[in-house]
Design a protein around this ligand. Structure first.
Ligand SMILES: [Zn+2]
Length: 80
């Protein structure tokens, strides 16, 4: 069974292009716990340790994604 992936916006350090890149859920969970993650850019063969800022953005991004979904689950019907 293939583990599900979460798409994260990653900016390539080579060409500065931002792309949604798939990371396994366990990898992302580890990143949130340890504050360390190895990012990679799909457009170039590049990988690097995420900076504090990138980890921060990762938190922000996941919070944004999670909040509306949680609200939907609680209320049953999404608010407009
Ligand atoms: Zn690139």
């Amino acid at each position: 069974m293939t583990e599900a992936e979460i798409l994260l916006p990653v900016q390539c350090p080579v060409c500065a292009q931002e792309a949604l890149t798939g990371f396994r859920i366990s990898v992302v969970a580890d990143a949130l716990r340890t504050g360390e993650i190895r990012l990679y850019a799909p457009c170039h063969v590049a990988s690097w340790e995420a900076s504090e800022e990138e980890i921060f953005l990762l938190h922000e991004y996941l919070e944004c994604r999670r909040s509306p979904r949680r609200a939907t689950a609680v209320n049953g019907v999404p608010k407009i």
